[in-house]
Design a binder for this molecule. Structure first.
Ligand code: TRP
Ligand code: SF4
Length: 400
């Protein structure tokens, strides 16, 4: 039940750029060696805000998967799939909607924020209001316990935890649960039973989450428990019934502030990006025409790297020695701006080289990508169906 499973999704809304690479993909690549990872294309999520551009979805989906593979996400390590090809997400979304309080959804910060930000779109829709719940279904259906996301998504993970808790509370009560749980406590043996009860009381009465964690750890290290008893005991710590849906945790990716070509955060909406597989000529041109410290009008004018977006890129790409060279050379007018930019150009091209190579294989043979996704979808569906079976059962749907 407590797996080490990571799940994350990304919307297919355009080519990925170096900001995605430094902020998200590098992290995925690292995680795939440490956890069982599931990464998916959130195409239904894209529709919640871009339902008026259906023609663009397909193209973006496949380009994005190629970008992931290019960045080093390895289909032998991680399961890659497309949300809409695992329709179980939709069924769980529907079933969760029965118990999702409207007020919770209306209070999710992105609801009002995005409506204001994307004011050219009509987002007074049912789908848009419900999108955090769709995200909850995405996560809960795999019983994923780690969800790498940026800061802005943390409220969605918190919301998902609350939905899981509510679900377990409403549907996790089997007849005679308390007695069965107390019976299971006895089977822990006197010493562990006492400790379990103490920790449970501390959590239930004082909300002590440390106690919750310790009680769970205690159960994890206890052998000889049946699966049923183990689940009851996990659920009983929190007062409720069996844990049917387990609560995930956000895995904060430590928001990378990858600077764009103008010194602002790199973002498609600022038109300041370098895409993952941008061709060398374009990379050259974009960096060579980047603005620099406006005080350096002539080559002989000294400058201040703090006022220059190129320096921000040196902070990402250059070692201490080169940074010294920039600081010195800029402030003394010892180097020119193009000279200063060259090592950044070289570093970006070097970084992109393996990505361009890997992508080339998939661009040339798109069936490889189709097959990777088909395999991933199949694997994802199997797990999703297991969870749904449990959910249908407790919701009274497996009648004959
Ligand atoms: N909502 C996320 C975003 O806009 C994408 C997403 C959808 C997601 N479902 C998810 C992320 C599940 C993590 C887990 O970026
Ligand atoms: Fe910017 Fe480098 Fe020119 Fe200084 S020398 S202004 S840091 S590009």
């Amino acid at each position: 039940m407590f797996t080490n499973r990571v799940l994350s999704g990304m919307r297919p809304t355009g080519s990925l750029h170096l900001g995605h690479y430094h902020g998200v993909l590098k992290n995925w690549v690292r995680l795939q060696h440490e956890y069982e990872c599931f990464f998916f294309v959130a195409d239904w999520h894209a529709l919640t805000t871009h339902y008026d551009e259906p023609a663009t979805i397909g193209r973006h989906v496949w380009d994005m998967v190629i970008d992931w593979l290019a960045a080093g996400v390895d289909p032998a390590q991680a399961t890659l799939f497309i949300q809409s090809r695992v329709p179980e997400h939709a069924e769980l979304h529907l079933l969760l909607s029965m118990i999702a309080p409207l007020g919770w959804l209306e209070r999710v910060p992105t609801y009002k924020d995005q409506q204001e930000k994307l004011s050219d779109k009509d987002l007074a829709t049912y789908g848009f209001l419900g999108y955090p719940l769709l995200q909850s279904a995405d996560i809960l259906i795999y019983r994923a316990n780690r969800v790498p996301v940026g800061e802005d998504q943390v409220p969605h993970i918190e919301f998902t935890r609350e939905i899981a808790r509510r679900f377990n509370h409403v549907f996790g009560r089997e007849p005679g649960f308390e007695q069965k749980a107390e019976g299971a406590v006895k089977k822990l043996g006197a010493r562990r039973a006492k400790l379990y009860q103490q920790l449970r009381t501390r959590y239930l009465e004082a909300g002590d989450t440390q106690a919750l964690a310790s009680a769970r750890a205690l159960l994890l290290e206890t052998q000889n428990l049946t699966l049923g008893d183990r689940e009851r005991l996990f659920g009983y710590i929190e007062g409720g019934g069996k844990v049917i849906l387990s609560e995930p945790q956000a895995l904060l990716t430590g928001a990378s502030k990858m600077p764009g070509l103008d010194g602002q955060k790199m973002s498609k909406s600022y038109d300041n990006t370098i895409t993952l597989r941008e061709d060398a000529e374009s990379v050259n041109r974009k960096i060579r025409t980047m603005p620099t410290d406006p005080a350096r009008i002539k080559r002989t004018d000294p400058g201040d790297p703090e006022k220059c977006p190129v320096w921000q890129l040196h902070l990402v790409y250059s070692d201490e020695q080169r940074r010294q060279w920039v600081q010195q050379g800029c402030r003394s007018a010892g180097i020119g701006c193009l000279e200063c930019k060259q090592p950044v150009i070289d570093a970006v091209l070097e970084e992109q080289k393996p990505m361009r190579e890997r992508a080339g294989i998939y661009v040339e043979d798109p069936t490889l990508v189709r097959n990777i996704i088909a395999d991933g979808c199949e694997k994802a569906r199997e797990l999703a169906q297991e969870t749904l079976r449990d959910v249908r059962e407790v919701m009274g749907l497996n009648y004959s």
